[in-house]
Every structure is written in structure tokens, then in C-alpha cells.
Design a protein around this ligand. Structure first.
Ligand SMILES: [Zn+2]
Length: 174
């Protein structure tokens, strides 16, 4: 018997941002919410990792700086380094937890480039599997996406637990 973890009101709340119904910035607001509510997987000093509630693929992660800036060239060195380290951490976690055949990493800057949230820069990390972009390797049989999303969150959260975005290079050095 699985627990009921799916909260439609939470989903609607996040959706209202992406549809432009709320004037507040989605990424600024998410950072202020609790991890479970906002699907936040990891909080660094300058940036955080959140699971996309409207994923292109299962395990679609986004990395955003806490500071509200529109583009990568507006990040200071510390923010830029941390975002890059979090990209590395996300790749590491996704490879371990979801075993994708590949990954897409990208940043959309400006509406013409397809940015869903224009004012606040964020990096997409999307795991990919050969043959089927909708393949969900962690579920057996059909499950509605919302449940898969919550399961994915739980699985990835466990993998992120206790990890430091600095830890990978340290582990390799030891
Ligand atoms: Zn913002």
C-alpha cells in the first residue's frame, strides 16, 4: 500500500506561476517554500536544485541561483561556480538513481529561446533514454505522471541526501 503523497493543491499552486497567473517569480518563490512542497532536492549556498513539476522527461531537474538575475552573464563568479558544481552533482545523482542513456543540459535565455520563466536564469538537466523520451525506468506499468513525479522526487531526494556539491572532487582525490 503506497502512501498518498500527491497533493493537487501543491501542483496547482506551482502551475499558477508557470502560467503567468502570479506576478511573483517562480524561482524566487520556490526557494522560500519547504523542500517537499516545492520539490526542492538540494540547497547550496548560492543556488538550489528543484525537480521540474512539468517535466520533459522523468527526472528533469533545474538549477537556479537564489538571486533573481535573467542571464548567466549576470551571475558573479561564486554563483557561476556553484551552478556548475550543481550541474555536476545532478549528473552524478541522475546517473546513479535513474541510469539514463544520456543527458541534455541547457539554458534558455529569453522568450525567443523558449524560456518558460524569463526573468530568472536556470539550467535544465534532463535525463534521456534510448528509444522513448517518455520511458520511466523507475515505474513498472502505467502510472499517472503526478505519482511518478512524487516517486521520482523521493528517489532523487534520497540520492542527494548528505551530498555536498564539493564532495565529488574530494572523493576522487582520496
Ligand atoms: Zn526570481
Amino acid at each position: 500500500m503506497s502512501k498518498v503523497l500527491w497533493s493537487p493543491w501543491r501542483h496547482d499552486y506551482i502551475k499558477s506561476f508557470s502560467e503567468g497567473m502570479v506576478r511573483e517569480c517562480l524561482f524566487c518563490r520556490l526557494a522560500q517554500l519547504s523542500d517537499d512542497y516545492a520539490y526542492i532536492l538540494y540547497r547550496g549556498n548560492k543556488a538550489y536544485v528543484v525537480l521540474n513539476a512539468y517535466p520533459y522527461n522523468s527526472g528533469h531537474l533545474m538549477i537556479a541561483p537564489y538571486r533573481h538575475v535573467a542571464s548567466i552573464d549576470e551571475l558573479d563568479d561564486e554563483e557561476l561556480i556553484e551552478v556548475a558544481k550543481l550541474v555536476r552533482l545532478c549528473i552524478n545523482v541522475l546517473k546513479k538513481a535513474l541510469k539514463p542513456d544520456g543527458l541534455n543540459i541547457g539554458v534558455n535565455i529569453g522568450r525567443a529561446a523558449g524560456a518558460g520563466v524569463e526573468g530568472h536564469v536556470h539550467v535544465h538537466v534532463v535525463p534521456r533514454w534510448i528509444g522513448d523520451s517518455n520511458f520511466m525506468p523507475i515505474t513498472s506499468g502505467y502510472k499517472p505522471l503526478p505519482i511518478a513525479l512524487t516517486e521520482t522526487y523521493g528517489l532523487l531526494k534520497e540520492e542527494f541526501k548528505g551530498k555536498s556539491f564539493n564532495s565529488i572532487s574530494k572523493l576522487k582525490a582520496s
